[in-house]
Design a protein around this ligand. Structure first.
Ligand SMILES: [Zn+2]
Ligand SMILES: [Zn+2]
Length: 390
C-alpha cells in the first residue's frame, strides 16, 4: 500500500506515508470517495508498519494477523482468533479500522498543526476535560435593575500560553510510552492467570508527551489569575445563576474547558425591597399630608423622581401601586410595579404654638365621621362591657 519494501527502514516508511497521506488527505481531495478510501488504507498500513510489534506480526502472518473482527468466534476458534490469542497476547488491536484515530497518527508524523487535528493534541486519553467552577458575585439593586458588565478576576487553571495548551515543548508531540512499550498495559503472571494493569506512566494511552513543556509540566494548563468581563442581564435576582460555557478550568492537554457558574446575590437597598418583580418602598407622611391630602415626590430606582397623589384621609398602611416602576423581568419583556406603603408619622418635639393648634383641633369637638376607626372601636368596647354585665 505504501509502496515500500519489507526491508525498508522506519524513516523510509514514514517518508512514503507522509507523501501519500498528503496526497489523499480529505482536506485536499474534497469529497472524492476513492481518495478517502485510499487515505484510510494508507493510514491503516502506516499504523501497522510504524508499530514495531505490529510490523513483526504483519511480516510473520501477513494481513490476516489483523482480521480478528469485533467478536471472536467461540468454540471453533478459527485460525485467526487462535493466532491473536497465542501470538499476540496483550496486543490491543480492535480489528478493522475502527480503533485508529487519524489525527493521532497525523499528529505523530507531522507534529501538531496538521489538517483537522491542528488545535487538538492526541484526543485519546491524554487530554482531560477541565473542571466546572463557581464564582459568587454580589450586585447592587441598581445593577440588577439596569443590567451591567462586571469585571471579575479569580485564580483558575488557564491554558498554557507557552505550549498552546498541548503540554508539549515542541511540535513532535507524542512518543511511545517506554514503561509499557506503547501497549498501555502491564501484564504479570499469577499461576494460571495473566493479570492486566493499566500503565501508570501513560494512563493506558500507550503514548506520552515526548518533551513536556516546562511552563506547565506537560499538563497544558497553569493556575493563574483569569480576568473576565461578564454581561449581567437586566432583572437578575438573588440566587440567579449565570452559566458561562467553557469559562471554567482549562482542560488538561487541550481537553475541553469546564463551565463557569456565576451565583448572583443582591445587596440590601436603603429604600427598596424586591418581591418577585415588584419593588416595595415604605414612605412616611406627615399628619397634615395624611389629613389634607397632597401630591408628594417619591423615589424610583431609575433615579427619575415620581410624584404620587396622597388623597385626604390616608391612613398608615395604605398601599399605592405605581405601574411599571418595578424590576424588569429577567426572562420577558414585562416590568413589575412599585408598591408604596405609607406610614403616618406622629409629630414630636412640638413648640408651644404647635401644641396650641393641636389642642384647638381637639377642642373643636370631633365628630364620629372625623375618626371612624376610633368611634367604631369605642362602640365595640361599650358592647363588650354591656355583654359582661348581662
Ligand atoms: Zn505548557
Ligand atoms: Zn505506558
Amino acid at each position: 500500500m505504501l509502496g515500500v519494501a519489507k526491508s525498508s527502514s522506519a524513516a523510509e516508511i514514514k517518508k512514503a506515508y507522509h507523501k501519500l497521506a498528503m496526497k489523499y488527505h480529505p482536506d485536499r481531495s474534497k469529497g472524492d470517495k476513492s481518495a478517502e478510501a485510499k487515505f484510510k488504507e494508507v493510514n491503516e498500513a502506516y499504523e501497522v508498519l510504524s508499530n514495531a510489534q505490529k510490523k513483526a506480526a504483519y511480516d510473520q502472518y501477513g494481513p490476516q494477523a489483523f482480521e480478528t473482527g469485533g467478536s471472536p468466534k467461540r468454540g471453533g476458534g478459527g485460525a485467526h482468533s487462535e493466532a491473536s490469542g497465542a501470538g499476540f497476547g496483550g496486543f490491543h488491536f480492535s480489528g478493522g479500522f475502527g480503533g485508529i484515530n487519524f489525527d493521532d497518527i497525523l499528529n505523530e508524523v507531522f507534529g501538531a498543526g496538521f489538517g483537522r487535528g491542528a488545535s487538538q493534541p492526541r484526543s485519546v486519553n491524554l487530554s482531560q476535560p477541565g473542571e466546572d467552577a463557581r464564582f459568587d458575585l454580589s450586585l447592587s439593586l441598581e445593577e440588577a435593575f439596569s443590567g451591567t458588565v462586571k469585571h471579575i478576576s479569580f485564580r483558575i487553571f488557564c491554558s498554557c500560553k507557552k505550549c498552546r495548551g498541548l503540554g508539549s515543548a515542541d511540535a513532535q508531540v507524542l512518543t511511545v510510552c517506554s514503561a509499557c512499550k506503547g501497549t498501555g498495559f502491564f501484564h504479570s503472571q499469577q499461576g494460571f492467570f495473566t493479570i492486566e494493569r493499566t500503565c501508570t506512566s501513560c494512563g493506558g494511552a500507550g503514548r506520552v508527551i515526548k518533551n513536556p513543556c516546562v511552563a506547565c509540566s506537560g499538563l497544558g494548563r497553569v493556575r493563574k489569575e483569569k480576568e473576565l468581563d461578564v454581561k449581567i442581564p437586566r432583572g437578575v435576582d438573588e440566587g440567579t445563576r449565570i452559566h458561562l460555557v467553557h469559562e471554567g478550568a482549562a482542560g488538561v492537554r487541550g481537553g475541553q474547558a469546564g463551565d463557569l457558574y456565576l451565583f448572583i446575590s443582591v445587596k440590601k437597598h436603603a429604600l427598596f425591597q424586591r418581591k418577585k418583580n415588584d419593588l416595595t418602598c415604605l414612605i412616611p407622611i406627615s399628619i397634615t399630608t395624611a389629613s389634607l391630602g397632597k401630591e408628594i415626590d417619591i423615589p424610583a430606582l431609575n433615579k427619575t423622581p415620581l410624584s404620587l397623589k396622597i388623597p385626604a384621609g390616608t391612613q398608615t398602611g395604605c398601599q399605592f401601586r405605581v405601574r411599571g416602576q418595578g424590576m424588569p423581568d429577567l426572562h420577558g419583556a414585562t416590568t413589575g410595579d412599585l408598591l408604596v406603603e405609607v406610614v403616618v408619622e406622629t409629630p414630636i418635639k412640638l413648640t408651644t404654638r404647635q401644641k396650641e393648634l393641636l389642642q384647638e383641633l381637639d377642642e373643636t369637638g370631633q365628630e364620629a365621621k372625623n375618626n371612624p376607626l376610633l368611634s367604631s372601636f369605642f362602640s365595640k368596647v361599650r358592647d363588650f362591657f354591656a355583654d359582661h354585665k348581662g
